[in-house]
Design a protein around this ligand. Structure first.
Ligand code: CU
Ligand code: CU
Ligand code: CU
Length: 353
């Protein structure tokens, strides 16, 4: 055997460890995630019960570097079983961590139980995580999703120009089942609210920019329908699909984001004014038929003067609504208090089975 003694092994180990920073070897990250029953206010007059990662919808941002090792301890505080699937992570030599019950995880995480996922961030890009139990309910209408950003070891020249980052996760809701855990999301059920980062206009938020900003938006299809995201006044350069750099980036003004998909777009903010971005599917522009609603943001340039009649005049601005602040803070897991829901009362949530 190459290393015959424990001593030699220890010396070798410490020598290797001392090289970690030099060689840029895998950093280790360890995170805690709970799954909690809360309610969130999606739109005026519409509150939805959700299974929320760390009590929030969308879930916390996980950001690591390509090649890093990630450990996540998950505790299920809800009344139904869940798993977490790490969408985009290829689970090389770790397929038991893929989070699909009875396929590669023996059992879903039962109410009150915990499970630890360990995997390597084996590829870069805009990835995400979501439950893989009853996905038609838990993912489509219970908010069980959140973003993972894996930074590439070698960012492209385009990426290096980015000055501001935003994450937009589009999804769908079914008001019929808003208050009933364990129901909804079946083919005959109809979605009637549509959101970006868990809220519909006017509860969504603007993106404040200044001329010269280079804005990257990571667009996620977290719900069950395709969102035709259209940005006014600007061209969007599509640079990545599902986290993969495109060999030939292309310009669009509308980008279709279907269930499970991610598109990264980079936009030169060079046209001062106030411009909307919205889903071009007509019924997605309403809150259960009331217009204007749905996944809407407005780009507000610092150089433009806010009109008196501007729809979001006086809004309580949250600069982290699109994770823009969290995305300036390096690696880790980032909770976002404004996404936190209100706890569902214990006695109310007990289900009789
Ligand atoms: Cu679930
Ligand atoms: Cu998935
Ligand atoms: Cu339009």
């Amino acid at each position: 055997m190459l290393y015959g003694t424990a001593t030699l092994r220890n010396v070798t180990t410490s020598l290797l460890l001392s090289l970690v920073p030099v060689l840029g070897w895998a950093a280790q990250h360890e995170f805690e995630m709970s799954i909690d029953e809360v309610t969130i206010d999606v739109a005026p007059g519409f509150t939805n019960k959700v299974f929320a990662f760390n009590g929030q919808v969308p879930g916390p941002l996980i950001r690591v570097k390509e090649g890093d090792d990630v450990t996540v301890h998950v505790t299920n505080n809800t009344g139904l079983p869940h798993t977490i699937h790490w969408h985009g992570i290829n689970q090389i030599n770790s397929w038991h961590m893929d989070g699909v019950a009875a396929i590669n995880q023996k059992d879903a995480i039962r109410p009150g139980e915990s499970f630890t996922y360990k995997f390597n961030a084996d590829r870069p890009g805009s990835l995400w995580y979501h439950c893989h139990v009853n996905v038609w309910e838990h993912v489509a209408i219970r908010g069980m999703w959140g973003p993972i950003v894996v930074d590439p070891k070698e960012p492209s020249d385009l990426e290096k120009k980015v000055t501001k980052d935003a994450i937009l996760m589009m999804s769908t809701w079914q008001s019929t089942y808003a208050a009933s855990f364990g129901k909804g999301g079946l083919p005959q059920d109809v979605s009637d609210y549509f959101s970006v980062n868990g809220k519909s206009f006017p509860y969504s938020q603007p993106i404040r920019v200044k001329k010269g900003d280079v804005l990257r938006m990571r667009l996620y299809g977290a719900g069950d329908e395709t969102h035709q995201m259209h940005m006014h006044g600007h061209d969007m350069l599509v640079t990545h699909k599902d986290g993969y750099a495109l060999p030939a980036p292309y310009y669009v003004d509308t980008v279709p984001v279907g269930p499970g998909e991610r598109y990264d777009v980079i936009v030169e903010m060079k046209n001062p004014g106030y411009f909307i971005m919205h889903d071009h599917v007509d019924r997605h522009m309403s809150n259960n038929g009331a217009s204007l609603g749905g996944p809407v943001t407005i780009f507000e340039y610092a150089e433009a003067t806010m009109d008196d009649w501007y729809v979001w005049k006086g809004i309580n601005y949250d600069p982290n609504y699109f994770y823009s602040d969290s995305l300036t803070k390096g690696y880790g897991l980032f909770n976002s208090p404004p996404f936190m829901g209100k706890p569902v009362a214990q006695e109310k949530r007990r289900r009789k089975e």
